[in-house]
Design a protein around this ligand. Structure first.
Ligand code: SF4
Ligand code: SF4
Length: 89
């Protein structure tokens, strides 16, 4: 059984139209927030999200965004995005 954190405050954002159903978010989430149904991920337990950022980092199509803690993951993602832009020049 997994713990619930504060209700309705997680910064998790999921754009289902972008999802290709790879299952990575389901695999990596330590709190069972995602389920896979009919080839797409869905958020089943949003209040279980502790904003670790693992799902967003592992989603191959960028369908998930989460403000992970304050800072460290955001910094990593931002630096990756900057790197992508730099490579695209
Ligand atoms: S941020 Fe972490 S806890 Fe929240 S849904 Fe993603 S993997 Fe699960
Ligand atoms: S990791 Fe991304 S593409 Fe894969 S199932 Fe989850 S939301 Fe969909």
């Amino acid at each position: 059984m997994s713990a619930s954190y504060l209700k309705n405050v997680a910064s998790l954002v999921f754009v289902q139209e972008e999802c290709v159903g790879c299952g990575m978010c389901y695999e990596v989430c330590p709190h069972g927030v995602f389920v896979l149904l009919e080839g797409k991920a869905r958020i089943a337990l949003p209040d279980n999200c502790m904003e670790c950022g693992a799902c967003a980092v592992n989603c191959p199509v960028g369908a998930i965004a989460v403000q992970a803690g304050v800072g460290c993951l955001t910094a990593i993602v931002n630096s990756l995005l900057r790197g992508r832009k730099a490579n695209g020049r």
